[in-house]
Design a protein around this ligand. Structure first.
Ligand code: F6R
Length: 366
């Protein structure tokens, strides 16, 4: 049942090229320049007339929501707010019938997310569900939706659900960008064709597994770790930290790289591993200067870089390469090494990778 892998989590990490392909199969028709998503087509007016999109989710799905905020605003120019479902539902939020609420949930059963969509519906918002489990409560309660088609996710730590959620949300943003006319034809085509190359680039990213095992062995006894990223890769830093916490029980925090100087830099000494996402596009030079600041305080630097990078290689203690892609698609690649790192560290610490203590696969209590 684990298909020859030691754990479901590892199997599911390796399934990502296939899962991402399954998610866009039948939807992404790159050569025809079409994205087919009935749930959007049938409700296009709701999206185009929306004052804003509110995304609600918990945990890893909330991180996918944060990535989506960057994508929707950057590509489709629609204002987005991302909320923890548990906070949103209890703070008397301002919701109108001009709002579109997107609920993201792997299980489709998370109690707080379900309650948040019920509240939004009562106030007249249009609710769109992005779920993995077909026929789940959130899928049924939503006005429309799109499934992620990741296949069953058994490991408690979410992996392929995250990358397929980002895939669906990217398709949505591209479709809306096209419909709004805010995207040039050539830029649209560039995105569509690049999205089709992602599964093979994820495959390539997975090839760093042996190197990552070596790095995991160096840092497995750490008691604290920092994860830094900027822009599209800030949510990836949060997700990297969450993965490490939940399965290896090492305290980890994710931060936007530029926030380091507002506090966390005080933590840095020779015992602090800092995982930095420093891919070429985006805020590369700024992240490089953050890396220099860490280095001058003797922090250990493990950097996720674009293939062929030399500048960061000179500064970092370890570098892990991922293939080059469009900036907004980098989270689909930079997440992969961080998943593998957490996995190997947890295995080396003899943790129960697939069923970490105190955690359940779907959180049906609030
Ligand atoms: C992290 C993890 C949790 C879930 C969260 C939301 O690896 O598994 O943080 O992401 O409980 O679950 P869903 O997506 O089912 O609503």
């Amino acid at each position: 049942e684990k298909g020859g892998y030691d754990h479901f989590m590892l199997k599911e990490i390796y399934e990502q090229p296939r899962a991402i392909k399954d998610t866009y199969r039948g939807r992404l028709l790159a050569d025809q320049g079409i994205i087919r998503m009935a749930g959007i087509d049938l409700n296009m007016e709701k999206f185009l007339n929306a004052n804003r999109i509110i995304i609600v989710a918990c945990g890893t799905s909330w991180h996918a929501g944060l990535v989506a905020e960057y994508i929707f605003e950057d590509l489709a120019r629609i204002p987005v707010e991302v909320e923890y479902a548990s906070e949103f539902r209890y703070r008397n939020p301002v919701i109108t019938d001009k709002d579109v609420l997107i609920a993201i949930s792997q299980s489709g059963e998370t109690a707080d997310t379900l309650a948040a969509i019920k509240l939004a519906k009562e106030k007249g918002a249009f609710v769109f569900g992005v779920c993995n489990v077909v026929g789940s409560s959130i899928a049924r309660e939503s006005d429309a939706g799109a499934y992620t088609h990741a296949g069953p996710e058994i490991g408690v730590a979410s992996t392929k659900a995250f990358t397929t959620q980002i895939t669906v949300l990217t398709l949505m943003a591209l479709k809306l960008a096209k419909a709004k006319g805010v995207f040039s034809e050539s830029r649209y085509h560039e995105y569509l064709t690049e999205l089709e190359t992602i599964p093979s680039k994820v495959e390539k990213a997975l090839e760093s597994n042996t190197l990552i095992e070596i790095i995991a062995d160096v840092y497995k006894d750490s008691t604290n770790c920092l994860y830094l990223g900027r822009g599209y890769n800030f949510p990836v830093a949060l997700e990297g930290a969450l993965k490490l916490k939940e399965i290896s029980y090492i305290h980890a925090e994710g931060y936007p790289a530029a926030e380091m100087k507002h506090g966390p830099i005080a933590l840095i000494d020779e015992h602090m591993p800092v995982f930095v996402i420093a891919t070429k596009k985006g805020h590369y030079e700024k992240v490089v200067s953050n890396i220099q600041e860490i280095k001058s305080r003797k922090g250990k630097i493990i950097a996720i870089v674009t293939e062929g990078d030399e500048q960061v290689r000179d500064l970092a203690d370890h570098v892990i390469e991922v293939p080059e892609t469009l900036e907004s698609l980098t989270p689909l690649l930079t997440t992969i090494p961080l998943q593998l790192l957490s996995y190997h560290i947890a295995v080396m610490r003899n943790c129960n990778v697939d069923q970490p203590r105190n955690l359940a696969k779907s959180v049906t209590v609030e």
